[in-house]
Ligand binder design. Structure first.
Ligand code: NI
Length: 512
């Protein structure tokens, strides 16, 4: 006899995600991810000055606005035909603004969105500090949510458990430091004004470089001494999570952080696809399509370059506002794990060497990274490498050289900008007519990962990661939440487009 469990909304993620699983003999036999939230930022852009896209698309998300700032700036650079003219300073400062937000997201995700799945706050000794007591009281709200780990599933020894609550507090401080870092070059979070088409909006002097460097050193220390150690401890006490939440096995990355190498710009984290965990191929963006056969839109398969789907609220078999992006018709996971697997299989340094050293410390092989713990570890490896690399970028800035180049807005043009949010590949597509935006489309990481089934009936990456999972307690499937959260879903980003004139349903929540 099967049991159906609906988790709506999944807590401690960004936005509103509904997950429905069917359990038979303690195993998940069916899984459905539904995006229950509409934003509509793409619709707002139509008819506007193309440069507005750079500011407006940042409003898609308060967690990953820099990824949208970068992707939209690259999309506009492409449409204005200046991509190859962006200066070295322009790229370095763009990277530093973007990477501040990227590292922030990894720390936020591990400590403030996921750690409470493994750390028992109720076991922390009280009376050590009033700040700690207040935070513990606040965190204990978590136990009122449906489906939380039972006492026996909290396994960290008392000492590590206490230390991780302290790390939780420290992580709040460090997140503020990453925002301050970003503000040095980009202005105040969440909506910066530093990354613009043509480069960056200000010239940088030695004082700013020094200010950024001081903050970056504090962040690096936290990653080296807290984040990495805390994560290794969680991995040590929850080893079965190297087997749980495997996913679809295909990985896609657009790549991010262009750096000058051998006289040209190459992405520090490479783009590419990996099929069945092993076979690397270069990325061909024209292979991307969006399937809508199980989403509340008319039709079947859409092209991000030109299609604008209409709502079909009574569509049979549809269960999500999220579309299903597919590459060459196949399901691909995006995110930190995808970026690492792509870099590893491509053989790109320093990634390959760092991944190998982590694998040997954890005594696991690369296949084990395709799991709940693997996704957490991928974020931490990235945060470590990126803080080290950011120091190098910072010291390469030459205040005497240009940071920005001029351009003209073309009468008609098309553009594409491919970048990465911390949670995965983010793409922006634009069509300009009469110097105005005629079409704009965003495909965000969660659109890939939380996608519903496609026209061939193939489930999306999170759905596949859930399928086949053994559930210890059918009345309390904490495994489901740990799997879903390992993808760091962001529903604020996942649904942008929709034609509202036909929309009369209560199924949708408006958040514009
Ligand atoms: Ni987001």
């Amino acid at each position: 006899m099967s049991k159906k469990i609906v988790i709506d909304p999944v807590t401690r993620i960004e936005g509103h995600l509904k997950v429905e699983v069917e359990i038979e003999n303690n195993k998940i036999v069916d899984a459905k991810c539904s995006g229950m939230l509409y934003r509509g930022l793409e619709k707002i852009l139509i008819g506007r000055d193309p440069r507005d896209a750079n500011q407006i698309t940042q409003r898609i998300c308060g967690v990953c606005p820099m990824a949208h700032a970068s992707a939209s700036a690259m999309c506009l650079d492409d449409a204005f035909r200046i991509s190859d003219k962006i200066t070295k300073n322009g790229w370095l400062v763009r990277n530093l603004i973007h990477v501040s937000n990227h590292i922030h997201n990894s720390i936020l995700h591990f400590y403030h969105l996921s750690a409470l799945d493994y750390v028992d706050v109720s076991k922390v000794s009280r009376g050590v500090s009033s700040e700690l007591d207040l935070v513990c009281k606040f965190l204990e709200r978590d136990k009122y949510y449906p489906f939380v780990p039972r006492e026996e599933d909290f396994r960290l020894p008392q000492k590590i458990n206490e230390r991780m609550v302290y790390s939780y507090l420290k992580a709040l401080e460090i997140r503020r430091t990453t925002h301050e870092m970003l503000a040095v070059f980009g202005g105040k979070m969440p909506h910066q004004c530093g990354i613009v088409p043509g480069g960056v909006s200000q010239n940088i002097d030695a004082g700013k470089i020094e200010s950024f460097l001081g903050k970056l050193k504090d962040v690096k220390e936290f990653i080296d001494f807290y984040y990495i150690r805390d994560l290794i401890d969680v991995a040590t006490y929850y080893p079965e999570y190297f087997e749980i939440g495997k996913g679809c096995g295909n990985y896609l990355a657009y790549g991010v952080f262009p750096v000058r190498k051998n006289g040209k710009f190459e992405k520090f984290q490479p783009s590419g696809i990996v099929i069945e965990g092993e076979k690397f191929e270069e990325l061909n963006p024209s292979e991307i399509r969006e399937c809508v056969s199980h989403s509340w839109y008319e039709g079947d398969v859409k092209n991000p370059v030109c299609d604008f789907p209409e709502v079909e609220i009574e569509k049979e078999n549809a269960y999500s506002w999220i579309k299903s992006p597919r590459y060459r018709g196949e399901v691909f996971e995006v995110g930190p794990l995808a970026r690492l697997i792509v870099a590893y299989r491509k053989g790109q340094q320093p990634w390959k060497e760092v991944i190998e050293s982590f694998l040997s410390e954890l005594k696991i092989d690369i296949e084990k990274l395709s799991s709940v713990l693997g996704r957490h570890i991928a974020r931490a490896i990235e945060a470590k490498v990126l803080t080290e690399e950011a120091m190098k970028w910072l010291l390469q800035i030459n205040p005497e050289e240009p940071f920005y180049i001029n351009y003209e807005i073309p009468e008609e043009a098309e553009g594409m900008g491919l970048s990465e949010a911390a949670r995965g590949a983010v793409g922006h597509w634009i069509k300009i007519e009469n110097k105005k935006i005629a079409h704009y489309q965003v495909i965000s990481p969660t659109t890939w990962n939380a996608s519903p089934k496609d026209d061939k009936g193939k489930p999306g990456p999170i759905e596949q990661a859930l399928l086949g999972t053994k559930i210890k307690d059918e009345n309390n499937p904490v495994e489901v939440l740990r799997i879903v959260r390992s993808f760091d879903p962001c529903l604020a980003c996942a649904v942008q487009i929709m034609n509202r004139k036909k929309m009369k349903s209560k199924k949708v929540m408006l958040w514009v």
